[in-house]
Design a protein around this ligand. Structure first.
Ligand SMILES: Cc1ncc(COP(=O)(O)O)c(C=O)c1O
Length: 393
């Protein structure tokens, strides 16, 4: 990318952590142009569905390996979360358990910024200004700790001793907590959490808005951890920035309870199932496969981790590095410091994000080795310069 004053910038964030194929793709552009000359609006909310939306749903079922899932389409990760909430509550109400309305989520989690998603999000200090609008259905658990195989599952067991499971509808989980600093679950912990929820009739909703379709170096983080789930949300990697699209995939044992109400759950938007977006997403999936993007993400994540650990271990402060595929983070000791690194990196020609004390990097999944080396080199310079400025040396 290039700034208004003509400086070239390496996009270490893939747009909004979603341009997984990079910026510009002629196959996607061609499909977009072709579809734009034909059918562009078929709203599933009105009970209609286009060939492209049907074909995309079929493709997603194959990709996630759940041949009988129902995939509904939304236009953003937040909307996918809202749809999942609607499904959860409808499901329990259809089963005669309308009290099962409370939802469990992890501290530090992010599930979107529409009101339902915000109410579920564990970044509670960010919306203190609108507390009276936020419903109070959230039950909190601590964030994952990759070095603790039972941190969240222990807390879940405790929580269930104090609250009637007949009041709990679902748990929403990011297998790798993105905005919290790319914190992966310990495999044993997340597996135990899923098992406990299953035993206690709590639906498991995996929010893979960020990690779905390759970002974690696997098609899904669910596959990487070997998790069973009831609903799966994916968004960023589905449109890869070319079109706003997201999916809420519903396992058949849940969808069958909703029966006739899916897709006419009375939940959807003007653009839900939009054929142009669906056609683009199909070509995006083709391009991800053709470019071996998922495999590349896994390899390049390892390259980043090795390089970053090598260069950062030799300098003053400690900088823990986290890499799961291309979900990358470097921890600093304060949010001001992380912001300082972000600003310096941009001046040096690298676009990254600072969230709380973490520096977040999410380059396109097709990043080449030379660009990864360049990215780590610019990041290291930005960190060194920030460190020097802060110590005055
Ligand atoms: C895990 C997760 N869920 C939901 C969302 C919300 O997605 P959107 O910004 O498309 O509404 C995000 C966005 O970053 C996310 O990372």
């Amino acid at each position: 990318m290039r700034t208004a004053d003509g400086r070239d910038i390496l996009d270490g964030l893939a747009g909004s952590m979603n341009a997984n194929l990079g910026h510009g793709n002629s196959a996607v552009a061609a499909a977009m142009g072709e579809q734009a000359r034909g059918l562009v609006a078929v709203p599933t909310i009105a009970g209609d569905v286009s060939d492209s939306a049907l074909a995309l749903a079929e493709r997603i079922r194959q990709v996630i390996g759940i041949p009988d899932a129902t995939c509904t389409f939304m236009s953003s990760g937040s909307e996918a979360t809202e749809a999942a909430l609607a499904v959860v509550w409808k499901y329990w109400s259809e089963l005669g358990q309308p009290r099962k309305q409370k939802i469990i989520s992890l501290d530090g989690s992010y599930h979107g910024c529409t009101l339902g998603a915000l109410a579920l999000t564990g970044r509670t200090d960010e919306h203190l200004d609108i507390p009276s609008l936020i419903p109070t259905f959230r039950l909190a658990l601590p964030a994952w700790d990759p070095s603790d195989a039972s941190r969240v599952s222990r807390s879940l067991e405790k929580l269930l001793e104090s609250i009637d499971v007949d009041d709990i509808g679902a748990i929403f989980l990011e297998p790798i907590m993105g905005l919290a600093g790319m914190i992966p679950a310990a495999v044993d912990d997340i597996s135990k959490v899923v098992t406990i929820c299953r035993k206690n009739n709590i639906l498991v909703v995996l929010d893979e808005a960020l990690t779905g379709l390759g970002r974690a170096g696997r098609v899904t983080a669910a596959g990487m951890f070997g998790l069973d789930y009831d609903l799966l949300l994916m968004s960023k990697g589905l449109g890869c920035g070319f079109t706003p699209i997201a999916t809420t995939c519903i396992a058949s044992h849940v969808a069958s309870v909703l029966g006739e109400t899916v897709p006419a759950l009375r939940h959807g938007h003007t653009s839900s199932g939009n054929p142009l977006a669906a056609r683009v997403a199909q070509v995006v999936l083709d391009q991800l496969v053709a470019s071996k993007a998922v495999e590349n993400a896994l390899q390049m994540g390892e390259v980043f981790e090795q390089l970053a650990l090598n260069v950062l271990s030799g300098i003053g402060r400690e900088y823990p590095v986290r890499a799961t595929g291309l979900c990358l983070a470097v921890e600093t000791d304060s949010s001001e410091y992380a912001q300082g690194v972000r600003r310096r990196a941009f001046d040096l020609g690298l676009r990254i994000r600072a969230i709380d004390r973490n520096i977040i990097l999410c380059p396109p999944l097709i990043i080449e080795r030379k660009d990864m080396l360049q990215m780590v080199s610019l990041l290291t310079r930005a960190i060194l310069e920030t460190e020097r400025a802060s110590t005055g040396s």
